[in-house]
Design a protein around this ligand. Structure first.
Ligand code: FE
Length: 139
């Protein structure tokens, strides 16, 4: 697990002031929003999903799909370097946690039951994302 912080890591006091309690709990305390409650679970607009903490580009609408899980699901990150994965042994399970490579925000988990071509399912909390619509969409 990465513990190194760089200049792009948001200030904790700033995050507490800016984020909702749920956004803070998910991203900084590895929380999970309840299934089917997140803003982006069934969101289908074209655009980019950014880290709610630091603004890094994390996922694209082009790789979002409906997994039926109740959380936003993607079969690929926007750029592999923008997310980091590591083994998570909490809650009596062995899962692969996904976090923002730039600020360490907890995003969700990745599973190997996704669709082709990657076979991966990035199961991400809406609360860790900020959607930026594609300006070219709908024109
Ligand atoms: Fe981030």
């Amino acid at each position: 697990m990465a513990t190194d912080k760089d200049a792009t890591t948001p200030d904790d006091a700033e995050l507490r002031a800016r984020l909702t309690p749920l956004q803070y709990q998910v991203t900084r305390e590895k929380g999970t929003e309840r299934a089917f409650t997140g803003a982006y679970a069934h969101h289908k607009e074209a655009g980019v999903y950014r880290c709610v903490c630091c603004g890094a580009d994390l996922f694209s609408s082009t790789t979002k799909y409906d997994s039926g899980s109740g959380w936003p699901s993607f079969w690929l990150p926007l750029a592999g370097d923008n997310v980091r994965t590591h083994v998570d042994r909490s809650h009596g399970m062995v899962r692969t946690e996904v976090s923002c490579a730039q600020c360490d925000a907890h995003l969700g988990h990745v599973f190997d039951d996704g669709p082709r071509p990657s076979g991966q399912r990035f199961c991400i909390n809406s609360a860790s994302l900020a959607f930026e619509p594609d300006p070219a969409a709908g024109k």
